[in-house]
Write a protein that binds this ligand. Sequence first.
Ligand SMILES: [Zn+2]
Length: 235
Amino acid sequence: MHADLEALLRLQEKDKVVLQVEAAIKDLEPDIQALDAELEGAIASVEAAKTRATDADKKRADLEAKIETYRLMQERKRQRLEWVRGAKEASTLMAELDLARTVLAREEAEWVRSADRVQETQVDVGEWDARLTELKEAQAPKREELAARLAEYDDRLKTALAERQEVAREVPRELHDRYERIRQGRAPLALYPVTSGACGHCYTAVPLHRQQKLQNGDSTEPCEACGVLLYVEGE
Ligand SMILES: [Zn+2]
């Protein structure tokens, strides 16, 4: 077999390792994504609980402001009542004061409910926070394991790429470029053996005269159908 072809086949073996490691890294992705999705869900729940707590706080503060305004109005009416001389005006003011008291009582009851709601939502935030912490703790060993595997694969990939570069130097530039161009295409590999007179990738028959050329090992013939480089195994 021609030395260039041998070098090219060695290169392809190294590239197979690179592809394997890359596939193994890709295989980890769904597990990492699942953990991330779970975590994001828990974070979203905490955020939603915090929003409810902020809303409850605001409602309570609004009610307090409203109640304060009613109190001031009531106070002014009470002061006016002290100065009023006419009986009719006095009874009107008294009726107004009665009504205001009713309104105030209603608002105060509403305030009590809003204060309860504030308490509830704060407890809720605490619970969701605790769940988030629990989830992080539960995920930690899985994440550590995945990170360790990823680090190992990254190391292997670095080694495989370095080895691949080393071998690539032995392949003539033009042949190497051709090899790379084929690898950009649809076939997973660039080189395929001729098996039973046919291309090992697409199984199209290889004409006899071309098989003959390949047998001599002096040229690398591309498959006429799929374009991969063909070679004849063995001597
Ligand atoms: Zn083919």
